[in-house]
Design a protein around this ligand. Structure first.
Ligand SMILES: N=CN[C@@H](CCC(=O)O)C(=O)O
Ligand SMILES: [Zn+2]
Length: 401
């Protein structure tokens, strides 16, 4: 073994997919994982140099991946929260011009600097719990300039904090008032102006849509996918959240990295995901906040071998929740995932939902050394308790961060 920069010994290893049966060692060099082996295979005297960290049996996981957030937004929707508690539904509020459109008004009114400052606490809360990669969507601007403004803020967050930010253009999130009764005209704007502008400025890694009765039709979403692919951008979908329109299957056939929410997904949709290799992203925070009763088809996803990612969906309306660790607990309690399935959802499968599975999300040689050391020796503890156990160390590209 060459001399690693850092060597963790006596690690309880959750590598993103499974827990190792015996104490492990993990060596990191130049920001990459160089070697992963049982302690029993370390040669006497290894390593000759570098820092050695005795984990004393603590759990080491990949850095956590939050693959679906709306962290950049203006205003608050606490009033809408109260209205929903009094009996109004999310759809009713949306159809009356509230919901997403109320955040659109506040986001349009905010400067780039204001949006940046408002987003920082949420981002830092995620990072403090071990998130090393986060996806951030636009979708509260709904004009070319306001969508680009949101994406610039997201890019700046990634430059100014030790976290990798993946940006997603969500122009097709809601129909803005200027296009009332002209949804196809708005989709023209998304396809012909927003996507080209975001691509030209390198501001978007992916393009997303809200395929729903209060969002856009399958046909409209398909037009967005075609435009995104023409610019070499990855695609994703908010699909089957409130009803079954077949948006997940359409997204999968268009080559989507993931479809997200999917409470109303049926078996034909699950098969379409399996055939396309599309990830199913579960968002229990939105399920909880909207007091949904229909659970995503977990057993069908398992049976057809569809990878399940798990994310906060942090946003001001349906999931004002900035804790990916809480999602581990919710995914188990509300959706009946096993703790290890939930952990894979925020590591290996979360990375796959962003198309980054060859770079992050696993502890394996050649991948980036984004790692979390936890104050527990049992990986299931991470999903079991809320508030504990705490993060012991967060590493980004091999450096404490
Ligand atoms: N479902 C649509 N979009 C967001 C909610 C956005 C909002 O209500 O502000 C979601 O992922 O839940
Ligand atoms: Zn969302």
């Amino acid at each position: 073994m060459s001399q690693p920069d850092r060597l963790w010994i006596n690690v309880t290893l959750f590598d993103g997919l499974a827990t190792a049966a015996e104490p492990m060692a993990v060596a990191v060099t130049n920001g990459l994982i160089e070697r992963v082996c049982p302690m029993s295979e370390l040669l006497v005297g290894e390593p000759a140099a570098g820092e050695v960290i005795d984990a004393e049996g603590r759990v080491l996981t990949p850095g956590l991946v939050d693959c679906h957030t709306h962290l950049v937004f203006g205003g608050s929707r606490a009033g809408e929260f109260e209205a929903r508690l009094e009996g109004k539904s999310y759809e009713e509020i949306a159809r009356a011009g509230g919901g997403i459109l109320s955040t659109v008004r506040a986001t349009r009114d905010a400067s780039e600097e204001e949006l940046y400052q408002a987003a920082l606490p949420g981002l830092e809360a995620l990072m403090s719990e071990g998130v090393t990669t986060v996806e951030i969507k636009s979708g509260y601007g709904l004009t070319v300039e306001d969508e680009l403004k949101m994406l610039r803020v997201a890019r700046r967050l990634g430059r100014e904090r030790p976290v990798r930010v993946i940006t997603t253009l969500l122009g097709a999130h809601a129909l803005p008032p200027e296009y009332k009764d002209d949804a196809d005209g708005y989709i023209d704007l998304v396809c012909n102006r927003m996507i080209p502008a975001a691509a030209a400025e390198g501001l978007a890694d992916a393009v997303d849509v809200f395929c729903e009765g209060i969002g856009f039709s399958v046909a409209q979403c398909q037009r967005v996918y075609v435009a995104a692919r023409a610019y070499g951008l990855a695609i994703k979908g908010h699909t089957e959240q409130l009803s079954n329109l077949g948006g997940s299957a359409a997204a999968a056939r268009a080559g989507a990295l993931s479809v997200d929410h999917i409470e109303y997904l049926d078996e034909a949709g699950v098969i379409a995901l399996a055939e396309a290799g599309t990830v199913a992203t579960l968002l229990p925070g939105a399920f909880y906040m909207l007091r949904e009763t229909r659970v995503p088809p977990i057993e069908l996803l398992r049976r057809h071998g569809v990878p399940m990612a798990l994310a906060t969906d942090a946003n001001p309306g349906t999931s004002p929740i900035f804790s990916l660790k809480l999602m581990l607990s919710m995914a188990c309690t509300l959706f009946r995932l096993t703790p290890l399935e939930a952990l894979s959802g925020v590591t290996a499968h979360g990375a796959r939902a962003l198309g980054l599975h060859q770079q992050i999300g696993r502890i394996a040689p050649g991948l980036r050394a984004d790692l979390c050391l936890w104050n527990t020796s049992n990986p299931a503890e991470l999903a079991y308790s809320v508030g504990l156990p705490t993060l012991n160390q967060r590493m980004v590209a091999g450096e404490p961060a």
